[in-house]
Design a protein around this ligand. Structure first.
Ligand code: GDP
Length: 468
């Protein structure tokens, strides 16, 4: 039977603007005191119990740059967002990125202007800067709820909770606690003594002790469950954050865990398909001078959408924006530091720097291909890995559709796309075969080489040109 579950609220904003302090404050003032035991706590997620406002689940999103991926998933996972902006600092780069994420995910949000107690606080100026970003708060010509808060004096905190409560009543979330279990991993680590530990958020169904758990295939069972206070619990209902002990592998942050094997990947895990509506190529452009910036942007095909442009080196925010929007990052006579390049690599963001303008223009032109459409033809899961001569062979089982030797495919770990490749060899036993269908196993070598692991998923697809 469908029931309204507690709201899941994500806190987003620039580093040092007070996200952790706000969570800390709420946790200290509104959590029923309990004996913490078992597992060391982080305060990345917890449930707040208020007599007046009921149960609410909060998720922090780490401010650290490398966690951009998780931050973007965080805002999709949640029902409501709180955009934290410090009154003394105003809108900063991660504020802009957070606004973009919130707008992309389409969830309702509240602006919390923090540090209102500081003598340098200027909430009016902050609201003006927000308006420049297209965030029009109540009282300043818009309808986005906005609350001034201070964790030093406690000002505004009850108003904030009341606003959350009102917004969540306006957007109730109904789920079936008896339905199939779906959890999303929000933190994952390998403990030297306890093994893999994962904090998940129960999205639907009920997570129960002893339950076998699955990604696409089984990844252990719930030997012990801990709530956000570190107390052992027997079950976790929808919207509860819970730590699971008993997994056999460390699942990726953002991936889903179920109570039964999955034959298909949720469509949200698939990279966006090219289609007529998304035929515009998005780029982020950084150049050495304003002159070159103007020259390049004037020469680009009108189908190119420049999401952000500026003078200066490529920085982590450029990569975050590209990651969140599917853009290319292009530089002209600028640098990208090693940490920026690493972030781009980890996030699979295409990053390229040119010294000659027409090469940059040509590169963009090459990416402006006619609209293509993809059809998923089959999926397989990697069950084993072995060596043959100097090759790494993936032992796979087809979970749906058909996989054909000449197919192109995408390799996914959880929801993360690791790359695209083709099959160099495709065998059943010792025999070369041309295809394998649902339920059949095959061994394959990939070209180019992809760093696969047992549990990864293969999604085969064909592309064709569609009409616009
Ligand atoms: P985060 O990076 O967004 O999680 O920011 P933190 O919560 O770590 O806060 C950064 C700094 O701002 C810390 O030194 C906090 O004590 C301080 N801070 C946070 N909220 C307030 C507030 O309401 N008033 C004042 N005066 N300081 C605050």
């Amino acid at each position: 039977m469908l029931q309204t579950r507690p709201p899941i609220i994500v806190i987003l904003g620039h580093v040092d603007h007070g996200k952790t302090s706000l969570l800390d404050y709420l946790r200290k003032t509104h959590i029923a005191a309990g004996e913490a035991g078992g597992i060391t706590q982080t305060i990345s997620s917890f449930q707040l119990i208020s007599k007046v406002f009921g149960l609410m689940t909060f998720i922090d999103t780490p401010g650290h740059a490398a966690f951009s991926a998780m931050r973007s998933r965080g805002s999709h996972l949640a029902d409501l967002a709180i955009l934290v902006v410090a009154a003394d600092d105003g809108v900063m780069p991660q504020t802009k990125e957070s606004v973009q994420l919130i707008k992309d995910s389409g969830i309702p949000y509240i602006v919390a202007i923090t540090k209102i107690d500081l003598p340098t606080a200027d909430p009016a100026q902050t609201k003006t800067q927000l308006a420049e970003l297209g965030v029009f708060v109540e009282g300043s010509g818009g309808n986005v709820p906005c609350v001034n808060i201070s964790i030093k004096t406690g000002q505004g905190i009850d108003d904030l909770l009341e606003t959350i409560s009102l917004l969540s009543q306006l957007h109730p979330r109904e789920v079936d606690p008896q339905g199939p279990l779906q959890c999303q991993v929000i933190e994952s680590r390998l403990d030297s003594q306890k093994g893999p530990l994962s904090r998940v958020l129960v999205y639907q169904g009920t997570l129960k002790i002893g339950q076998p758990l699955f990604h696409t295939t089984q990844i252990g069972k719930a030997k012990a469950l801990f709530n956000s206070e570190g107390q052992k619990i027997d079950l976790a209902l929808p919207a509860a954050p819970v730590e699971i002990l008993g997994l056999t592998a460390v699942p990726d942050v953002g991936s889903f865990i179920y109570d039964q094997p999955q034959s298909s990947i949720p469509t949200s895990a698939l990279p966006p398909k090219t289609s007529a509506s998304s035929s515009r190529l998005k780029i982020i452009l950084k150049t050495d001078t304003l002159g070159s910036l103007e020259a390049i942007s004037a020469s680009l095909d009108p189908a190119v959408e420049i999401l952000s442009q500026g003078v200066g080196d490529i920085n982590e925010n450029d990569i975050h924006l590209a990651f969140n929007s599917g853009a290319l990052v292009l530089g002209f006579n600028v640098k990208a530091g090693s940490s920026v390049a690493k972030l781009a690599e980890v996030d699979h963001v295409p990053l390229k720097i040119f010294k000659i303008i027409y090469e940059l223009i040509d590169y963009v032109q090459e990416h402006l291909q006619p609209v293509t459409r993809e059809t998923i033809t089959g999926q397989a899961v990697i069950l084993a890995e072995f060596k043959f001569n100097s090759d790494r062979v993936a032992g796979c089982k087809v979970t749906s559709g058909v996989l054909i030797k000449t197919d192109k495919f995408r390799l996914l770990r959880g929801q993360t796309v690791l790359g695209e490749a083709k099959f160099r060899t495709f065998k059943q036993g010792k025999n070369d075969v041309t295809a394998a269908k649902s339920g059949q196993e095959f061994g394959a070598v990939f070209s180019p080489h992809l760093d696969f692991k047992v549990g990864d998923t293969i999604i085969a697809f064909t592309t064709g040109h569609g009409s616009t």
